[in-house]
Design a protein around this ligand. Structure first.
Ligand code: GCU
Length: 397
């Protein structure tokens, strides 16, 4: 029996190799790759001004991501209503105000409700900048009673620093599940998207949900809606980048260990690949993306172009040294390769050729990066760096 098991494991290993499933973690085997041109339009025009970037190339790249990677993000609905379902002005021992907001969106007589949780610091007497977390780790990580203090959402620290912190559980918009992902806005509000090869799926739906949170912040006087900081970890980080790329109301976009189809370059053969991600998580992407499995060179985009769409607003990429699946170096390069667009706006960003050493934070004018020691997670250390970056960025504005 034991022998049989070993034989089948060996067979699976060779089968996987043949199918191209084996992951590469060897830098010397990454191979050569050529990124698609960031600053040349589909008709061959070279872009050299921010105006031409905004009117010609940026819209093209947005469409390419919609059509080939994440699917469309529909903007139309018939009605949106906000209802404060709970308020506690003495939360966190009097240091913060808690609000729970039901955001109900209706289209074609069908509705979906997103429950937004938020704390704002009582010591700040003007509208505050707000961290908004696209949270796939469940409500337990955002305990409003604060009995469970999870490092993933360290609300006390954020409040102490003078920021608001908020978040919603992605289950409200699209459950993070291969089968149930349609149960939120896809079935209810946008069923036609499910029939389209470039239709919205999970990551796009979460970004749609984050946009509705900003719709609310624009109406809440305790929040400075010009200073929204979008945060997501891993799959949430992919969605945060896609959200920040599209929605120009986001002031700072943070990607924590978003890896493949997030900040890291798809053409680098290191860690997770388009094949792996579209096999394990097909419901995150539009169906068209699957054709680039083991075929990354034919993708009309790479992930540096997603980061470039955020310019001239700020972007922060965080990685973890042991999180090789997410390819820390690939994430650094994704950020670095986006620099030419920031330069079009006269923003001098100059990331070094070499990735910074572990635990060293780089804060440039509109870009930040760190590679924390340790494993895949979002931790109080990461948050400390996000706050430092936000402090520096908002001070300069
Ligand atoms: C899986 C997946 C990654 C993703 C991660 C996460 O490992 O392959 O792409 O980022 O889950 O969300 O934690």
């Amino acid at each position: 029996m034991k022998k049989q098991k070993i034989i089948s494991l060996i067979l699976i290993f060779f089968f996987s190799l043949q199918m191209g499933y084996a992951q590469n973690y060897d830098e010397s085997k990454v191979g050569e790759y050529q990124l698609p041109e960031l600053l040349v339009t589909e008709s061959g025009q070279t872009i050299s001004t921010s105006e031409h970037w905004e009117t010609l190339r940026r819209p093209e790249i947005l469409k390419l991501f919609e059509n080939h990677v994440y699917g469309q993000v529909p903007k139309d609905f018939d009605d949106i209503k906000f209802k404060i379902t709970k308020q506690d002005k003495k939360a966190m021992d009097g240091k913060a105000t808690l609000k729970e907001v039901a955001i109900s969106v209706t289209r074609n007589n069908k509705s979906v409700t997103i429950n937004l949780l938020m704390f704002t610091p009582n010591k700040v007497k003007k509208p505050v900048p707000m961290f908004l977390v696209i949270n796939h780790r469940g409500l337990k990580t955002m305990d409003v009673t604060r009995q469970n203090k999870d490092g993933f959402w360290p609300a006390e620290k954020v409040i102490e620093a003078g920021y608001g912190i908020s978040g919603f559980d992605v289950i409200d918009v699209s459950p993070d599940d291969k089968v149930k992902f349609t149960e939120g806005i896809l079935n209810q509000l946008y069923p036609e998207q499910l029939k389209m090869d470039n239709g919205m799926r999970g990551l796009g739906a979460w970004a749609w949900g984050a946009a509705r949170a900003i719709d609310y912040f624009e109406k809440d006087k305790s929040v400075d809606a010009t200073k929204i900081i979008s945060v997501g970890h891993s799959r949430g980080g992919k969605s945060s980048l896609w959200f920040g790329a599209q929605d120009e109301r986001v002031a700072i976009t943070i990607s924590n260990e978003s890896g493949n189809s997030g900040a890291s370059l798809s053409r680098r053969n290191f860690g997770e690949t388009v094949d792996r991600i579209t096999t394990n998580f097909p419901y995150w992407f539009c169906p068209n993306y699957r054709q680039y499995a083991n075929n990354e060179d034919n993708l009309p985009v790479d992930q540096h172009m997603l980061i470039a769409l955020i310019a001239p607003r700020a972007v922060y990429v965080a990685s973890a040294a042991e999180d090789l699946w997410a390819d820390p170096k690939g994430q650094y390069l994704g950020l670095k390769e986006a620099q030419p667009v920031f330069k079009l706006y006269g923003i001098e960003t100059d990331l070094h050729e070499e990735m910074p050493i572990v635990n060293e934070q780089v804060i440039l004018k509109h870009m930040g990066f760190h590679n924390r020691e340790g494993k895949h997670n979002m931790t109080p250390y990461d948050w400390q760096q996000f706050i430092k970056f936000a402090d520096a960025y908002f001070k300069k504005q």
